[in-house]
Design a protein around this ligand. Structure first.
Ligand SMILES: [Zn+2]
Length: 591
């Protein structure tokens, strides 16, 4: 039986028939009523209430949340479908406003829950079952929580303090205009437009783009650096001195619910593997016909083929790749197509990029891609379907525990991509196409793993330096050393890159967020390696990880499935996969 797949727009009917239809109006009214009912329960929340009554309240909250999620999801998906549609814009703004109000009206629950004493909470949690991890996680921060008046002061002062600094940084940097000469014409570009140039074929333009980027950032460098220093000082004052976290990075680790030792091991193993990507850069230089690669060239294209894959073939290959891994997994992926929950065609006004959206676990997730036929687009289809599979394997959990936590969020998506790539490579006879596919893989691995790891290493060092009263100039020097460790002598790094750190919004906005990218990607590589070694025996353990959703901590989930992410070898296994890809590339390019 062969089925054919065509590029389509999705259907949102499983959510609502339309923003102005009766079912939507009914949903708004119902949610309003449910929240009002919930508010009336407030006096019942007591440390000595019967656990059964407590569980009943949780179920009620869950129902309310499902409904709220459905409305929000409809608004978000409809807007992505057509970002130029005025009605969709207005509707989304209205929903956001409505949800913020609902959230404020129900905030009392989590505040009450976190304020309970440990024994009181333990007593109420006795029959909590499915809600267990969600409840535990909310209380993780209790030891670091200050008294109510202190928390209030921090909140109030943040608005004009740390948050204001972050806003100031965004306002300053978002108005930057970059001037660069392309095809004999000086163009004024935004940062995004400028960065597109570094993926281009002209080495001169690539160099000019980076030089202009850091010329502009460097001009404000002393000010941007000062903003960063103030933010780091604020982070330490609040989190170390007042809340008593043991280190600056521990704050983020607790949010991710990953033990400090695991993150330390990850960073250590990664740093040791820096020479791996240095080898890759040397190979790339060879292919580009350069003696030595310049930092400007690391994203330069080496594509030699322009092979296109018809959509029908792409979907077929993806489903086959999943089927070879496990038929049930392929069945789940197929559901997205059967339900017409995928928006694959390219349309004017449609959101660019790709995503998978799952909200209420009772519904099949929605997937958006902009399919144009490149090998990368095929991987994207496999990637987003992986997210959908993850959500469906965890659909038996409640709305609070179905979604996996950040460190595990990219597991099924990246793993699915690996399955597809292996299949593409196995079926492809054209060496040039095989080479392009592998190159794209290692390019991505560099950007998600090594680059992010070295940002995290710099952040860690920067915190210590700020504490010791370092100047912005000294931090630039430290950043130059960071780059030297990362690239060795595999790259020529221009002096202007000393300002790169002031151009990374993540380290300003969400300190230590970046390591999660490397964590997720390496975890998948490490798992994939075990799959290659163990074959079928691996499949049920892998599915166990996905089915857990967010119902346990990452450590509990992985341990239960028999993986030990506290061991350095586990992470090294991930790097070994990258090493094999580079081996293959060296082989192909040598022939
Ligand atoms: Zn993803």
């Amino acid at each position: 039986m062969t089925e054919s797949y065509t590029l389509t727009r999705w259907s949102l009917e499983d959510l609502f028939s339309g923003y102005d239809q009766a079912d939507m109006k009914k949903a708004f009214d119902e949610l309003e009523q449910r929240v009002a009912d919930f508010e009336k329960l407030r006096p019942q929340l007591k440390a000595d209430m019967p656990p059964s009554g407590f569980i009943e309240i949780l179920h009620q909250m869950e129902e309310d949340t499902r409904l709220a999620y459905r409305i929000s999801q409809f608004a978000g998906l409809w807007f992505s479908e057509d970002t130029q549609n005025q009605d969709a814009q207005t509707f989304q703004a209205r929903v956001q406003q409505f949800m913020a109000e609902m959230e404020n009206r129900t905030l009392f629950f989590s505040l009450w829950w976190k304020a309970l004493e440990d024994d009181e909470a333990a007593n109420l949690m006795k029959g909590a079952g499915e809600f267990d991890y969600w409840l535990r996680q909310m209380r993780n921060f209790k030891p670091y929580t200050l008294s109510e008046p202190e928390e209030k002061i921090i909140n109030i002062k943040d608005v004009t303090g740390a948050s204001a600094l972050v806003r100031l940084y965004s306002s300053l940097t978002n108005r930057y205009v970059f001037k660069v000469e392309v095809d004999g014409e000086v163009k004024e570009l935004t940062r995004n437009q400028l960065m597109n140039l570094v993926y281009g074929t002209d080495p001169e333009v690539r160099a000019r783009a980076y030089q202009e980027l850091y010329r502009v950032y460097g001009e404000d460098g002393p000010i941007l650096g000062q903003i960063y220093q103030s933010l780091m000082r604020d982070w330490a004052n609040e989190n170390l001195d007042l809340r008593k976290f043991s280190s600056p990075i521990s704050v983020r680790n607790l949010i991710n619910d990953v033990p400090d030792e695991v993150v330390d091991t990850l960073l250590e193993v990664a740093e040791k593997n820096a020479p791996l990507f240095q080898r890759f850069f040397q190979l790339k230089a060879k292919l580009l016909g350069m003696k030595k690669l310049r930092r400007y060239d690391i994203y330069a294209p080496v594509t030699s083929s322009s092979k296109k894959y018809p959509y029908d073939e792409a979907v077929g290959m993806t489903l086959d790749a999943y089927h070879d891994f496990d038929p049930e997994v392929a069945e789940l992926a197929k559901r997205v197509f059967d339900k017409n929950h995928i928006d694959s065609e390219i349309r004017k006004g449609k959101r660019s990029g790709a995503f998978c959206s799952s909200a209420d676990p009772a519904l099949i997730p929605w997937v958006l891609v902009n399919y144009d036929g490149s090998a990368r687009d095929v991987s994207t289809v496999a990637h987003e379907l992986g997210h959908a599979i993850h959500a469906m394997l965890a659909e038996h959990h409640n709305v609070f525990t179905t979604h996996s936590s950040l460190p595990l969020a990219e597991t099924a998506s990246t793993f699915g991509e690996m399955l597809l790539i292996d299949r593409l490579l196995a079926e492809e006879e054209d060496e040039a196409v095989r080479r392009d596919i592998l190159f794209a893989q290692v390019d991505d691995a560099y950007a998600t793993i090594m680059r992010q790891i070295f940002f995290a290493l710099f952040e860690r060092q920067a915190h210590d330096m700020v504490k010791a009263g370092a100047s912005v100039e000294e931090m630039c020097k430290a950043y130059e050393e960071n780059l030297a460790t990362q690239f060795g002598d595999s790259l020529e790094v221009g002096e202007e890159f000393r300002w790169e750190w002031v151009s990374i919004p993540h380290i300003y906005q969400v300190p230590f967020y970046v390591y999660a990218y490397a964590f997720g990607q390496l975890l998948v590589f490490a798992l994939y390696r075990q799959y290659k070694e163990q074959g079928e025996d691996f499949v049920p353990r892998y599915k166990e990880i996905l089915s857990a959703g967010g119902s346990m901590s990452p450590e509990e989930i992985l341990t239960k499935a028999g993986f030990d992410f506290r061991k350095a070898e586990f992470w090294q296994g991930g790097f070994d996969v990258v090493a094999e890809m580079i081996d293959q590339l060296e082989e192909i390019t040598a022939s």
